[in-house]
Write a protein that binds this ligand. Structure first.
Ligand code: KE4
Length: 428
């Protein structure tokens, strides 16, 4: 019996589903999750000492690769000075200055410990600033697990949300309106109907959580513009895209300034650190300055901030040039393998985040994405894992490349994908 199998059966006795975050349980793809013992650069090593080329990167944070020496040193060095003080530090000022320099739309920023905290707090600030309750999100976008964000579209597109999880009171969902991603006219209709009640629109500017789906030209601009016209707050949830699709996130890539931004993952260097921020007039509503309460024992933790600063230091043009080159290489290779195997699939990519969808494509929204053959994706995942290539264990997730990946790693992954896709074709 493998170590992972043994650990998984032990884990399931004392942790719900044996994991501390659901997607890690491999339920969407089948098989036993691999218990990772260590990681370095582009590689994971499980408890049975099996090596994998990693395309999850801890779901985005590990853009430099695992155990980058500068990040490891920064953590060790900070820990030796104490792990948490619960008091302000010079590090947090430097971090806030670094974030506001990277994201010109962020005039003030508050550090928190997870992306969920960032989006939950940003929405509370937007509601406090506008005095309004209604928020708009888009189908297929995930913004963490705050009650009012675990909401799916009501019966009619224009009706308000219904809970998308047990334990979420209907009342918590009724002020959340869910629209189709990339549907500009639905957005404009919602504002015509309810504009004066809408506090905010929150969007993943490139969706990672239905798989990688890019915005149509003009869609993001329409969100910022319609919010401005109606006194609502536009919130870009760049927890995944921030410092991923460009050094300054999707807003930097396309030159848009949302009212607020949520960040996480990469800016924490793999440590529990996220942030929300935006226009000064909005952020000045946040306690202790203003009436919107938000707090956190470990917010701005010195070790996490040290890892963040060590990571941010390496976010230079050469890194993004390499990520774009490797991203193009894997996209072309996977598309060629799909064509050769005559499998109904497509690859969608923005920079170094990408998804192989088991559907013909293009995938423009959740309606398109859910046509994917998730069982076939599960068999693809298992085949790749057996060959030492660790893809996200779910169809509706994005895969990531790091600066530690090499052209040879990508070439080897493409060869493995070619073999797996051919075997899937033969079995259909
Ligand atoms: P966390 O609370 O997990 O730090 O962040 C929530 C969040 C917010 N916004 C976006 C765009 C996100 O992608 C996330 C979290 N992403 C998932 C991956 N799809 C984290 C992985 C997991 O849930 O285990």
């Amino acid at each position: 019996m493998s170590q992972s199998t043994e650990l998984f059966s032990r884990a399931q006795r004392v942790i719900p589903g044996g994991v501390n975050s659901p997607v890690r349980a491999f339920r969407a793809v089948g098989g036993t999750p691999r218990f990772i013992a260590r990681a370095s650069g582009a590689y994971l090593y499980d408890e049975d000492k099996v090596k994998y080329i990693d395309y999850v990167g801890s779901w985005g944070p590990m853009i430099l690769g695992h155990a980058h020496p500068d990040v490891v040193f920064a953590i060790q060095d900070a820990a030796a000075r104490g792990t948490s003080y619960g008091a302000p530090t010079a590090l947090e000022v430097t971090f806030a200055e670094a974030i506001t320099a990277l994201y010109p739309s962020i005039e003030m920023v508050r550090a928190v410990s997870s992306g969920t905290e960032a989006t939950m707090s940003a929405i509370r600030a937007a509601r406090g600033y506008t005095g309004r309750d209604v928020i708009i999100k888009f189908e297929g976008c995930y913004h963490g697990h705050a009650d009012f964000l675990l909401v799916k579209a009501g019966s009619g597109a224009a009706t308000f949300g219904v809970p998308d999880s047990a334990g979420v009171p209907a009342k918590a969902a009724e002020n959340t309106l869910t629209l189709p991603f990339n549907d500009k006219s639905a957005l404009l209709r919602a504002f015509e109907a309810r504009g004066t009640a809408i506090a905010a629109v929150i969007v993943e500017p490139v969706v990672g959580n239905m798989g990688c789906v890019a915005p149509h030209d003009g869609f993001l601009e329409a969100i910022v513009e319609v919010c401005k016209r109606n006194g609502a707050v536009s919130i870009f949830d760049e927890v995944m895209t921030g410092c991923r699709v460009a050094k300054s996130g999707m807003q930097g890539r396309v030159g848009i300034k949302p009212d607020m931004t949520c960040l996480g993952k990469i800016i924490g260097g793999g440590m529990p650190l996220a942030a929300y921020g935006g226009r000064r007039s909005i952020m000045e509503t946040v306690a202790p300055l203003g009436p919107v309460y938000q707090a956190g024992t470990l917010s701005g933790n010195p070790i996490a901030v040290s890892a963040a600063l060590a990571t941010i230091k390496h976010l230079d043009d050469s890194l993004y040039e390499k990520l774009e080159r490797l991203g193009a290489q894997i996209e072309a290779g996977l598309n060629a393998a799909i064509a050769d195997a005559k499998i109904e699939a497509c690859v969608q990519r923005v920079g170094s985040m990408f998804t192989l969808f088991m559907t013909r494509g293009p995938v423009n929204n959740w309606e398109d994405a859910k046509r994917s053959d998730t069982a076939l994706f599960g068999r693809f995942h298992q085949g790749m894992l057996a060959r030492g290539h660790y893809f996200p264990p779910a169809q509706f997730e994005a895969a990531f490349i790091s600066g530690a990946h090499t052209e040879d790693d990508i070439a080897n992954t493409v060869i493995a994908a070619r073999e797996v896709l051919h075997s899937l074709r033969a079995a259909i």
